[in-house]
Ligand binder design. Structure first.
Ligand SMILES: CC(C)(COP(=O)(O)OP(=O)(O)OC[C@H]1O[C@@H](n2cnc3c(N)ncnc32)[C@H](O)[C@@H]1OP(=O)(O)O)[C@@H](O)C(=O)NCCC(=O)NCCS
Length: 155
C-alpha cells in the first residue's frame, strides 16, 4: 500500500512497523480489560498473513486496525483508537483502508466479533456493510459478555 496515504488533515494511515509496538500496547492497555502486549504486536509485524494498519494524527499514533487473511477470508481481530482521538472518524478511516487493502490482498468475505454492548464499534462496522449473523454466548471475559458475530460478504 502507499505509505502515509492521507485521509484528512493531520491524519495518515500506514502499515504497522516494529517501532509502533510499544505505543500500540499502551493504547491497548488504556482501551481493553485484556489488552494485547508489545510482544503480540511485534509478532504480527512478522506474520505473513497479517495486515495491520496504524493511524498517525499529527505524528502521534492514534490507533490501529488489523486482520489476518486465511483462505481468502479476512478475520478482523483488532480495531482501537486512543481515547483522546475518538469521535473524529479515525476508526472509519482505518477500517476503510483496511478493507481496501485487505481486498487487494485477496480477502473476500470479512468477519469479526464485537461485544454486544459496544454500540460505537457496531455502528462503525455497520456503516461498512457488516451485518450480524449470530451471537457467541459468553465469548468475552472481564466482564463476561456475549459477542456479536458480524460478516461483510462480497455477494
Ligand atoms: C470503537 C472505536 C474504535 C471507534 O473509534 P472512533 O475513532 O471514535 O470512531 P469514529 O469516530 O470513526 O466513528 C464513531 C461512530 O460511532 C458513533 N457513536 C458514538 N457513540 C455511539 C453510541 N453510543 N451508539 C452508536 N453510535 C455511536 C459516532 O457518532 C460515529 O458515527 P458517525 O460518524 O456515523 O457519526 C473506539 O471507540 C475504541 O477504540 N473503543 C475501544 C476499543 C474497542 O471497543 N474496539 C472495538 C473492538 S471490536
Amino acid at each position: 500500500m502507499t505509505e502515509n496515504r492521507g485521509t484528512k488533515d493531520g491524519l495518515s494511515i500506514r502499515e504497522m512497523r516494529r517501532e509502533d509496538a510499544q505505543q500500540l500496547a499502551g493504547i491497548e492497555s488504556r482501551s481493553f480489560s485484556m489488552p494485547w502486549s508489545e510482544e503480540d504486536f511485534l509478532y504480527l509485524v512478522t506474520e505473513g498473513n497479517a495486515l495491520y494498519l496504524v493511524a498517525e494524527y499529527d505524528g502521534t499514533i492514534a490507533g490501529c486496525a488489523g486482520m489476518r487473511i486465511v483462505c481468502g477470508e479476512g478475520s478482523i481481530d483488532n480495531v482501537v483508537v486512543d481515547e483522546p482521538y475518538r469521535g473524529q472518524g479515525i476508526a472509519q478511516a482505518l477500517l476503510g483502508e483496511l478493507i481496501r487493502e485487505g481486498e487487494a490482498r485477496g480477502a473476500g468475505d470479512m468477519t469479526l466479533e464485537v461485544r454486544i454492548s459496544n454500540a460505537p464499534a457496531i455502528h462503525v462496522y455497520e456503516k461498512f456493510g457488516f451485518v450480524s449473523e449470530g451471537v457467541r454466548p459468553n465469548f468475552y471475559e472481564m466482564p463476561c459478555e456475549d459477542a456479536l458475530i458480524l460478516w461483510r460478504r462480497r455477494c
